[in-house]
Design a protein around this ligand. Structure first.
Ligand SMILES: [Zn+2]
Length: 416
């Protein structure tokens, strides 16, 4: 324990304090506005749908609070409580190479973290989602999904982790630059492979059938000069009633994916508008900007870690007696969120700016009124609250609240 212990604890109290305070504000704001549909939505959303969204939001938030408490206790147990040292000491008693011992130590802790989260996702899926009519999966599907994602993490994650640990141990002072290049190359490769290799393990993707919807969408793609490897419908309804649409892949491997749930609930013009919004993110270069921003952040993180690894106070302050590269990497991954929470509003700010730009694009290239009616349906069907606390949403929401977004689209329609 040293001065850094105090700094860490202060940041921990402050960041969790802010999170709990915001969540509390959100719950009470939603509850206060539960009795009346906001004026702008009165002829579009029923009171019962509005109240369902309020109750759903509050229940999820309560579960999130408990999850946060457990996460905080676990973080303290691993660091100041000596958990990390215990696990590293355990694996060092076996006759293993240092790299293998480090790898197994880190894997054990990640496994433990995954296992702790399972009761929360069980409760989320089979109690909350079930209660609000969203859950469509059964326990065997859930177990299969969990095992599959653990298996994938093992098969893909462990070799990359081993490579990073090897680079840390063998390259010398500038290891962090190499590690950064590996991570960036790996994540680009994964984004490229994801639509064709990984996503199909979890869902079925059928090419969209010929017809008026496909023609409409192809017309939009041509108008916007967009190349894609196809338009697909995903069987999202296999697990959940929530609907969405997204772009996936990189370069010539780009795909457009609609959840079947979305296709069933929006009309063709609304689907076109929703897709035009997604297209806007590409056309306004948001994807590239986010990629550059995240690669710069990753580089800074690795550079900071490159320095911390040489500082004994970093290990001692966080209660870790094993001064190894692997322990430093693990500590950094666990502890840095405590210090970076404060940057959340900055990234949320840029995300919201991008959402407005994409809405502008959609208003120019499809019908603004259909964008609005599609959005209202999406909010209603996903039971997303129309009345979030302004401070909570400024901190957490990647999308502007519905009322603000719709007012913005209406304004653009009038000025067009
Ligand atoms: Zn968007």
């Amino acid at each position: 324990m040293n001065t850094f212990t105090g700094i860490f604890l202060a940041a921990l109290v402050l960041s969790y304090g802010i999170q709990f305070w915001l969540a509390m504000r959100q719950k009470s704001y939603v509850l206060q506005h539960r009795e009346q549909v906001p004026t702008a939505f009165q002829d579009r959303v029923s009171l019962s749908a509005h109240q369902k969204a309020a109750d759903y939001t509050i229940e999820k938030s309560k579960l999130g609070d408990i999850d946060s408490v457990v996460g905080m206790v676990f973080l303290l147990a691993l660091t100041l409580g000596g958990g990390i040292s215990l696990v590293f000491d355990f694996w060092s008693t076996f006759d293993l190479s240092p790299l293998m011992a480090s790898l197994l130590s880190m894997a054990s802790i990640f496994l433990l973290m995954t296992v702790i989260e399972i009761p929360f996702s069980l409760y989320q899926t089979f109690v909350i989602e079930e209660k609000y009519g969203f859950n469509k999966s059964k326990l065997p599907q859930f177990v299969k999904d969990q095992l599959m994602s653990m298996g994938l993490t093992l098969v893909i994650g462990l070799p990359i982790l081993a490579l990073i640990l090897w680079v840390m141990d063998s390259i010398g002072g500038l290891w962090w630059l190499y590690a950064w290049a590996i991570i960036m190359g790996f994540s680009l490769l994964m984004s490229w492979l994801f639509p064709t290799l990984i996503a199909p393990l979890f869902n079925k993707f059928e090419p969209m059938q010929e017809g008026s919807l496909k023609q409409r969408i192809q017309g939009l793609l041509e108008r916007c000069g967009f190349n894609s490897q196809g338009i697909f419908i995903m069987d999202g309804s296999r697990r959940s009633g929530h609907g969405n649409a997204y772009f996936t892949g990189l370069g010539n491997n780009k795909r457009i994916v609609f959840f079947d749930t979305l296709v069933n609930s929006l009309d063709e013009e609304e689907l076109e508008a929703v897709l035009a919004h997604e297209l806007g993110h590409f056309k306004c270069k948001h994807t590239i900007k986010m990629l550059v921003a995240s690669s710069v952040m990753t580089l800074i993180s690795f550079a900071v870690l490159g320095w911390l690894i040489t500082q004994d106070w970093f290990f001692d302050g966080l209660g870790v007696s094993t001064h190894s590269n692997a322990a430093a990497l693990l500590l950094f991954m666990l502890v840095s969120p405590v210090f970076t929470t404060f940057m959340q509003p900055i990234s949320a700010y840029f995300q919201r700016k991008f959402e407005f730009e994409a809405d502008d694009f959609a208003t120019r290239n499809a019908q603004g009124s259909k964008m609005i009616s599609g959005l209202v349906k999406l909010y209603e069907e996903n039971a997303s609250t129309l009345t979030p606390d302004p401070l909570y949403s400024a901190f957490h929401y990647s999308h502007p609240p519905a009322a603000i977004r719709i007012a913005h689209i209406e304004e653009k329609m009038q000025s067009a």
